[in-house]
Design a protein around this ligand. Structure first.
Ligand code: SDX
Length: 392
């Protein structure tokens, strides 16, 4: 009994960890960050404020919000020597490979922040990660397209600064569209945290050994990369492009139902949501706004809308409670905003760093936490004697 929710004892007895950060009701399609409904945060808040809420549990006062913002922007630059890491990668390296490597390497530059027993250093490490991950992500993109790195500008919003680092070039001024800035901030809010998903559990497990926060976040990035998890937004767009036209949708629906075919409808289904993913609902509206603002008539959105309609009416998907998830629409918006598909999961990792670090902080500050040690059910051979080679 927490006074707010009455958990089914059977559920809590199997829960892998307790947390006060994010609550999901998969049947109702409900998502709360520290008790605040995602729809209200999406409508009224901004990503920096959501980072504060995830980290500290309460909405900041105006003064607290201003100080948090200045504390974060203080750390937006990376050590100049870090820019040399990128030259070690092939130009066509997947940016998630770069993110895993460079984020993990932050530990070799910010040794002071690796002292997990010092509350101040834990806070600095958290702020450094939230502040530097957009800079590193934009550097990964610039490197891939052969353009010069763009330094952060602390007079821009978090989302605006990221768009500027991504798309501005020295030869021309870059005008940040307020609609795109708002859409970017919204995408960050919607992807910020999601309870004990695979990558968050990876961060907690890595952190439970006392590994430094940079290494833990690098581990989370590695896990998120998978197409069943954060890689689904990139996989979803690739699927929509493979479908190509509305008339080919039935062929792919049939493949998704065929158990002998490993094909899954990317952007559909969820381990927890057996109703609409509330993030997908917000994302759907944003997709239309961005495409209208950019005057983009993207045939892929037509395919996506028709696929969603057919899937929601199909008895197989209805029976299995397979609904569009957060990744279904995010790819369409990101493509419309000019991001290449291989950057989609990088943006997911960028936003999720706030949730990962909040979950890491909660775990580290729990005096009862011990090193994680998932148990196994042994199904191998019973004890048996060794047979010498010449007797086999
Ligand atoms: C994210 O955990 C999180 O919170 C993750 C996330 C976050 O914010 O961190 O929400 C982000 O990862 C969202 C999910 C993104 N992934 C995809 O969109 C990839 C496509 N989706 C599937 O791979 C799948 O739905 C999973 C991996 C997401 C969930 O798979 P499960 O656990 O097998 O789902 P399930 O148990 O509910 O499946 C029920 C049935 C199964 O068939 P049966 O064994 O009962 O015969 O539905 C089938 C599944 O095979 N199924 C699908 C399907 N997803 C599930 N069939 C076709 N297409 C799909 N997409």
């Amino acid at each position: 009994e927490t006074g707010m929710f009455t958990f089914d004892p059977g559920f809590t007895s199997t829960a892998s960890c307790e947390s006060k950060i994010t609550y999901i009701d998969g049947d109702k399609g409900e998502l709360l960050y520290r008790g605040y409904p995602i729809e209200q945060l999406a409508d009224k808040s901004d990503f920096m404020e959501v980072c504060y809420v995830l980290l500290y549990g309460e909405l900041p006062s105006p003064a607290e919000k201003e100080k948090f913002l200045s504390d974060i922007t203080y750390h937006t630059m990376v050590h100049e020597q870090m820019s040399r890491f990128f030259a070690g990668f092939r130009r066509d390296a997947h940016p998630m490979a770069i993110m895993v490597g460079v984020v993990g390497a932050l530990a070799s530059f910010y040794h002071d922040s690796t002292d997990i027993n010092d509350p101040h250093q834990r806070m600095v490490a958290s702020y450094r990660l939230i502040a530097k991950i957009p800079t590193i992500a934009a550097m990964a993109y610039k490197y891939s397209v052969g353009q010069p790195f763009v330094h952060p500008k602390n007079n821009l919003s978090y989302a605006g600064n990221f768009l500027n680092m991504m798309f501005s070039v020295p030869a021309e001024d870059y005008k940040i569209s307020p609609t795109l800035e708002k859409a970017m901030d919204l995408i960050f809010i919607l992807h910020a945290d999601h309870e004990q998903n695979a990558s968050t559990s990876t961060v907690r497990l890595a952190g439970s050994s006392g590994a430094n926060p940079f290494a833990c976040i690098a581990a989370g990035i590695a896990c998120l990369w998978g197409p069943a998890h954060g890689g689904a937004n990139e996989a979803c767009l690739n699927m929509l492009e493979e479908i190509g036209t509305v008339d080919r949708i039935p062929e792919f629906i049939a493949r998704a139902k065929d158990k002998s075919d490993p094909f899954r409808l990317m952007g559909f289904g969820h381990r927890v949501y057996k109703n609409f993913d509330p993030r997908a609902t917000v994302m759907r509206d944003t997709a239309h706004k961005v495409l209208d603002e950019l005057q983009i008539d993207d045939p892929l959105l037509d395919v996506a809308m028709e696929l969603e309609k057919i899937a929601l009416e199909d008895e197989y998907f209805v029976a299995k409670k397979l609904y569009p998830n957060v990744d279904f629409y995010s790819g369409i918006i990101l493509k419309a905003m000019g991001f290449p598909t291989e950057m989609f999961t990088v943006l997911f990792a960028l936003a999720r760093t706030s949730g990962w670090i909040a979950q890491w902080k909660e775990m580290i500050e729990d005096p009862t936490q011990k090193i994680g040690r998932p148990r196994q059910l042994y199904t191998g051979s019973p004890r048996r004697e060794y047979i010498d080679l010449d007797k086999r």
